[in-house]
Design a protein around this ligand. Sequence first.
Ligand code: ATP
Length: 509
Amino acid sequence: MTSEEKFKKVISHAKEYGFVFKSSEIYDGLSAVYDYGHNGTELKNNIKDYWWRAMVQLNDNIVGIDSSILMHPTIWKASGHVDAFNDPLIDNKDSKKRYRADVLIEDHISKLESKIQKEISKAEKRYGDKFEKDQFIKTNPRVLKNHEKIKVIYSKFSSALEKDDLIALKKIIEDLGIVCPVSGSKNWTEVKQFNLMFGTKLGASSDSATDLYLRPETAQGIFVNFLNVQKTSRLKIPFGIAQTGKAFRNEIVARQFIFRMREFEQMEMQFFIKPGTQKKWYENWKEQRMKWHLSLGLGKENYRFHDHDKLAHYADAACDIEFNFPFGFKELEGIHSRTDFDLSNHEKFSNKKLKYFDTQSNESYVPYVVETSIGLDRMFLAVFSNSLCEEKIEDGTSRIVLKFPVVLSPIKVAVLPLVKKDGLPEIAKDILEKLKREFRVNYDEKDAIGRRYRRQDALGTPYCVTVDHQSKEDNTFTLRDRDSMTQERLSIEDILKKIESTLSIKSWL
Ligand code: ATP
């Protein structure tokens, strides 16, 4: 299956099983806006909870808040978003399609990278056990040529981004002969800057209404509450404030399903530290966040760090954790050393002191900040696309299964009476009552048992408890495991214990 086919499967499965719908679908949808269905909402909540527990529950020095989406408009002046929250856009004159100039170049680089990867895979197949990958990469002329091309593009690209040189960006696109994927032409406009914030108004009358923005990141709600939280929590530096919530960006190109949305959710944590210690904390949070990702077992090979080519206006170091999505490695989370940029600017613009008094060193200072910022929807896509697979099974048929990390599965257990008679549904409903106090449970009595198992596989339900005739005699039930498809007979107490132990946060984080 090509990666494009795999991605189409992800989107259609998400719709068919109640995970993600296009927003306003009966009106033909709204571009890059999506709704989560009944199963999607459970998965999303579980991801959010997993993040919250790792951040807030397991760290004594991190607390969580929930700030508003609407904030004072000067905040966005102070944060630099009014002047600098831009993306470089370019239009194709023939297709009238709009693109992000930097993304066109990045996609071109990705194509060269996958050419290299193809050469390596071909050689791996040809030479089998004798294949020496490092040696091949160092000596194969085609690989070397493409590596050199990538190096040259990167150097021009980072220099153009560094200087905000839009003419140079256009020249790279022209020199590389990049064509519009829709019209196939190279008929490009100039590159322009485009501000990504959505504007709105506060107040009823049009004359007196104040211009506001929908927040493009949740972080500023944390910065402006920094002293409120510090004073009321009495936390001492170093400490963190975490928050999850909606953010809005008028993205130029909104493709790739829930990867790039105009309304999305972020999970951010700002860690306030003493100036001068930022390098240490930046490395610490890189490590912590990678650990969190790996704890879910989606495969170490699917993650990599990527240092930023161009640092944002607020950062002195920044990198992304990239994930291997169906369309290749792309940013999943950002880790940024934001210096004292935000707090100092809020001091300036608000005329209020945002200093911390350090009782140990007897001095006041504006703290530095290291932040971790992950898109909840991107994490959803990472988990969902990585978990979806089609498997051949022993009887020659195949099954579609969502192998979610158990702790994230929307439904933990399905209770199934083998047949819809002989008192089995009544027993199954009793069990349902017992289990639903502990986990999210589903009851299903329609269709043959095999079809019901398939249905639960497709929803990613890790366990099925089946009530059969023997259950009436000895009070035992079969517990079927989603991944191995093995079944064992257990009492309801043992079933409860077993599921509880696999869900315990101790075994994950
Ligand atoms: P990109 O380069 O992909 O536009 P970014 O660098 O602008 O992302 P940040 O400002 O660092 O993103 O935001 C932090 C996180 O928020 C990202 O790592 C991503 O997971 C998420 N995110 C950002 N923009 C979007 C979006 N339009 N839709 C969904 N998630 C997003």
